[in-house]
Write a protein that binds this ligand. Structure first.
Ligand SMILES: [Zn+2]
Length: 95
């Protein structure tokens, strides 16, 4: 059992909600966001890696893509507002 407190990259967990402007789909995804110092540019901006389900993914804030229609006209919403977005677009029936 190994803990790496203080020695590994700082990892934040954030959830984003997305709304596709093409087909009206709304979904949420949680990301582990790692901030690391660039060893070649220690004074530069930190490197930021996004992991979804343990796999590295492109930044959802710059390259969002709809999993339903593969459209790239996707609006990123802070998590917790997706229900309101679905209500606004009327694309998802309430259960
Ligand atoms: Zn879509």
């Amino acid at each position: 059992m190994v803990t790496k407190d203080g020695s590994g990259p700082a990892t934040a967990h954030e959830a984003y909600a997305f709304a596709c402007l093409s087909c009206g789909r709304g979904w949420e995804q949680e990301y582990a966001i790692q901030h690391q110092t660039d060893p070649e540019h220690p004074d530069g901006p930190p490197l930021v890696r996004y992991l979804a389900g343990g796999r590295p993914v492109p930044s959802p804030l710059t390259h969002p893509r709809c999993p339903a229609c593969e459209g790239t006209r996707v609006r990123v919403i802070r998590s917790g507002l997706v229900a309101a977005a679905e209500r606004a677009t009327g694309g998802v029936a309430r259960r």
